[in-house]
Write a protein that binds this ligand. Structure first.
Ligand SMILES: Nc1ncnc2c1ncn2[C@@H]1O[C@H](COP(=O)(O)OP(=O)(O)OP(=O)(O)O)[C@@H](O)[C@H]1O
Ligand SMILES: [Mg+2]
Length: 283
């Protein structure tokens, strides 16, 4: 199995070097645990390593996600969007079963073998759109099989109520995924506890312990172990965006411009998945 870097500081050694290429990882966590952050980090690392990125959003719109990434200090995302190396598929408010069965295969046929990274954030509305567990298993299984043809997949999953992975919404994706990561987020009064734990990882050795993590501006999720604390200022220095951006154009305007592209794309009706990378892909 070839490994690719996850983009999450401190995680790769726990996965015997990184995420297995062409695998599916499910990241489970409560609201505020860092799911969208981890999905963006994963995609951004791929872009930095020369891979393309596909961000499928089922909840927030494209503008919100880009704005959050820019707020996090990752404005190079705007350059990747301009260069059409990063593509957004806004699937929020859609009829998911139809979307997955009909439109996804057309997209996959075009992108097959491109070794991209795909993030799906969050998978939860898809689970809720199915009428029973049988259909849920079938639909999620189909979705994983299809998206893996395009590259390496990371899906997020909301955790409701207890933080011990016993919720009914997590069962099937946990079975079907190759790798399961739990972002455990507890808050009692003003105190927040965050721990990351790898629950399973097919075809790889992996660490089994919970590891405290922080979410830091400029870096995203950083695992901070007692024995092996990360030198944050050094990481920030190394991760600093080296691309210069577009001179004279504030990020705020660029976010709005990038979001407009998405709106046009969403309105185009059937065939919009092709429209997104219009003129760019040549296979
Ligand atoms: N620019 C930032 N600087 C520092 N920390 C940030 C920044 N943006 C987000 N965070 C931290 O990340 C947390 C939210 O992370 P994220 O949006 O990835 O969570 P989520 O799991 O996707 O939540 P939800 O289920 O509500 O979508 C915030 O509550 C905050 O603690
Ligand atoms: Mg989110």
């Amino acid at each position: 199995m070839r490994k690719i870097k996850s983009g999450i500081y401190g995680l790769n050694p726990l996965l015997d070097g990184g995420v297995n290429e062409n695998s599916t990882t499910v990241v489970i966590g409560r609201s505020g645990a860092g799911k969208t952050t981890i999905a963006t980090q994963f995609i951004r690392r791929g872009l930095q390593d020369g891979q393309e990125g596909v961000f499928v959003s089922l909840d927030e719109n494209k503008e919100q996600i880009i704005r959050e990434a820019v707020e996090m200090g990752w404005s190079d995302i705007l350059d990747y969007l301009d260069d059409e190396l990063l593509v957004f598929i806004d699937a929020s408010g859609r009829e998911f079963s139809n979307f997955i069965r009909k439109e996804l295969p057309a997209f996959v046929a075009d992108w097959k073998g491109s070794n991209a990274r795909i993030a799906i954030d969050p998978l939860t509305p898809v689970l809720w759109s199915t009428k029973d567990l049988y259909e849920q298993r079938d639909l999620i299984g189909f979705m994983f099989k299809e998206t893996r043809k395009v590259g390496t997949v990371l899906c997020t999953l909301e955790e409701h109520g207890a933080t011990d992975l016993t919720g009914p919404e997590t069962v099937i994706p946990m079975y079907l995924a190759d790798c399961v990561i739990h972002l455990r987020f507890d808050h009692v009064a003003a105190k927040h506890t965050r721990e990351l734990q790898i629950i399973k990882c097919r075809n790889s050795r992996h660490d089994q312990e919970p590891h405290p993590y922080e979410i830091l501006k400029g870096l995203g999720i950083v695992l901070q172990d007692g024995q092996r604390r990360v030198d944050v200022s050094d990481l920030l220095r190394r991760s600093r965006n080296e691309r210069q951006g577009v001179p004279g154009v504030p990020d705020r305007q660029r976010v709005a411009a990038a979001a407009r592209v998405d709106q046009r794309f969403v309105r185009t009706g059937p065939g919009r998945l092709e429209a997104v990378h219009h003129g760019k892909r040549h296979r």
